[in-house]
Design a protein around this ligand. Structure first.
Ligand SMILES: [Zn+2]
Length: 89
């Protein structure tokens, strides 16, 4: 089983335009990206000296839409630019 297919339009729907714009500047800071279904994980270099650890779990709802459960070790912890950047990467 592989991760579900998603596009930038999905990332926009999950995070909104403001986070998407911020996330784009972080795509190059995403390292050690790995996908092990149903989870995507990576490290993203942010403002702290150590990179933040990002984990995004995928599932689908009853309507068949992809649902994400993002988690990040940064202070925002959840729908942050690091998790959005990981999805874009
Ligand atoms: Zn974060």
């Amino acid at each position: 089983m592989s991760l579900p297919f998603f596009t930038e339009a999905d990332v926009l729907r999950w995070f909104g335009a403001r986070e998407l714009i911020k996330a784009k500047t972080y795509v190059r800071s995403v390292t050690r990206l790995s996908a092990e279904s149903p989870e995507l994980s990576a490290f993203v270099l942010g403002s702290a000296p150590r990179p933040y650890q990002v984990k995004i779990r995928f599932s689908t709802n009853l309507a068949g839409d992809i649902v994400i459960s993002p988690h990040c070790s940064c202070p925002v912890q959840w729908h942050c630019k690091h998790t959005a950047a990981t999805l874009l990467a």
